[in-house]
Design a binder for this molecule. Sequence first.
Ligand code: CO
Length: 453
Amino acid sequence: MQVVTTKKKPIKIMDTIFRDASQSKIATRMRLEDMLPIAEKLDKVGYHSIEMWGGATFDSCIRYLNEDPWERIRELKKKMPHTNMQMVIRGQSLVGYQHYPDDVVIRFVEKAAENGIDIFRAFDALDDVRNLRTAIETVKKMGKIAEGTICYTISPVHTMDLILDKARQLEDLGIDIFCLKDMAGLLAPYAASEIIKKLKKSLRVPIHLHTHDTCGMGAMTCLKAIEAGVDMIDTVLSPFSEGTGQPPTESLVMTLKGTPYDTGLDLTLLAEIADDVREMKKRYKEFETDLGGVDSRIMVTQIPGGVMSNMVAQLRQIGALLRLDEILKEIPRVREDLGYISLVTPTSQIIVVQATLNVITSERYKIITHQTKELLRGGYGETPGPVNRELQKKALKGEVPITCRPANLIPNGMDRFRNELRGITESEEDILIYALFPHIALDFLRNRHKGKS
Ligand code: CO
């Protein structure tokens, strides 16, 4: 047996069951009532953390589940008092799809922390560290744990130096943990080994790896990362694992058992909880989005599994599923035009929608979406590579692109939102729901006590 270290180094595990796995496997439809009985058991496992909020969960609560997203934190906290509750936050876009004013970002992070979030994983779709500053500073001010994140993607501009440079910028912001986020499962095992080794040499903070099993490499990548010195790994209980989910928790626990990396987690207890989870998952059959097994198209297009499954569902709806292969070929071309941005929320949606339009209108950029234009204008921040200048000119029609942190140009909004909700609600949590999703928030706030939709 080859074990790279003899020093004891228990690997810390975050289970993604209530957030990423629900998002990747059952279109973020998991309800709080199904989480609570499982949460109680998960609290006994000794996980480093459970990812249970952020990403698409907030939107889904309001849009589909008629569930108060804030209540979700409070109720889960009651069932998991001994386990860190972790959320993922899209930097200045929080849990939405556009940049919000600084005062909204500050209030949102404060309220998430007050309600019970312990660890905030903050990422920016463009890896523009300026877009993470307000969120990370607020996490630190609230005395919580800030996990600064860089998205892993493959492109001619994404060099090791770029990752190291961004990681150091995050460390300068005062992060407690660095996370490498492989949202599409593209990080190959040996690449992981090399990157983690270099990050370990260069950073002082612990390193957390987030990956997916979409390309069938998840578990191998985790193992090589562990041997290279990674400190924390994301997995999910087996019923939600593999494919677009994370590698299975139980398998990693068993793999590391008796080695210096032993997680110390109880396999019997995990197997028992997995049984409950398997039963629970049956209630979401209609939302199962996993294309199943390894999807080698993702190796070429780099589309995260969750995005792929949504795209398939939407194309089916508009009767355009036959064009899928053409769209998959168009996606890398659009990505190149947009400065090799990563495919992660919200840029994945921007690229996918634009590529779809480019194909179904039979003319590239005949229609340029508002979001594509905004990206070309610099409204989401600095792209990793230069954008296609011709396309930029066509989209901006004479408007001058911006180079500052985009939120510098967004006026504060909390007072206005408070005023607009006068007579409806005074709760800061409610006002934040409205600040993030104004179009659906009012209906939600009026109807939320009327039972489930
Ligand atoms: Co993910």
